[in-house]
Design a protein around this ligand. Structure first.
Ligand code: HEM
Length: 236
């Protein structure tokens, strides 16, 4: 089967995603542009959220312990987290909001046009910087620190569904992300499972202060370095 795919792909590997879209199209019987949109908009954003999330959690072991204790109390000895567990994971939800705020995966939203006459430096087309809104000390106390508890306490009424402009990782308005619930649930499920199945530590000799937390600004915002962590299984 793999040989057939490779022959059809004309020398491209599966990793060379775009040239293989025609093949995927014919296999899946779906509109090619819908698939392309889903891959382009959905993979990097989800991965980046998980990457920054794991980075913050290995640095902030207290938050990890609280999230793990919560997952354990809901999932118990079951090996797999289920979608039905998610509504009960309130601390984990706060962790993910804090990741969206601190490391907004798509920092600058798509261009907007004003609906009313407006003049900003002589131009009317503008871009919203969702990342810098999250770091604004006017809407967030001590914005540089990773503190999920803020979304359980003083900022508990803030959600990311596009109504609260202090936190808009999925954008807002009619061009906002069309799959907020799915995108968020994918992150919740993956993070909950990672915390449930493993204990996570930095490799021997590496301290939190050694991690390069530089953000690389682009359409999506990666961390400059790859994350190296040691995973210790929690189940035999
Ligand atoms: C953590 C996960 C995700 C984040 C943070 C995210 C964030 C965003 C943002 C910021 C936008 C632009 C909104 C604006 O300009 O107001 C957007 C648009 C979009 N997203 Fe997501 N997204 C995520 C997951 C996904 C997934 C999983 C899919 C598809 C399966 C997806 C599909 C799309 C599409 C198609 C658009 C373009 C909508 C349009 O132009 O009308 N996203 N997303």
């Amino acid at each position: 089967m793999l040989e057939e795919y490779q022959e059809l792909l004309g020398g491209f590997s599966i990793g060379d995603f775009f040239p293989s879209m025609e093949l995927i199209h014919s296999l899946a019987g779906m509109n090619i542009w819908i698939l392309q949109d889903m891959f382009a908009a959905g993979t990097d954003t989800t991965f980046i959220t998980l990457d920054w999330g794991m980075t913050e959690l290995v640095i902030n072991q207290k938050a990890t312990e609280s999230a793990q204790a919560e997952v354990q109390s809901v999932v118990g000895e079951r090996k797999f987290v289920q979608e039905t567990d998610l509504p009960q994971l309130q601390y984990l939800k706060a962790v993910i909001k804090e990741i969206f705020r601190l490391h907004t995966p798509a920092p600058v939203l798509g261009p907007r046009e004003s609906m009313e006459d407006i003049t900003i430096d002589g131009k009317t087309r503008f871009f919203v910087n969702a990342w810098s809104i999250g770091w604004n000390p006017e809407s967030c106390v001590d914005p540089e620190s990773f503190r999920p508890e803020r979304f359980l306490n003083e900022n508990s009424d803030i959600d990311f569904k596009g109504q609260d402009f202090e936190l808009i990782p999925f954008g807002a308005g009619r061009r906002s992300c069309p799959v907020i619930a799915f995108g968020n649930a994918s992150v919740e499920l993956a993070l909950a499972q990672l915390l449930h199945s493993f204990n996570w530590e930095l490799p021997d000799g590496i301290q939190p202060k050694d991690l390069d937390m530089t953000e690389v600004f682009a359409i999506t915002m990666h961390r400059i370095a790859n994350l190296m962590v040691a995973a210790k299984p929690r189940f035999s």
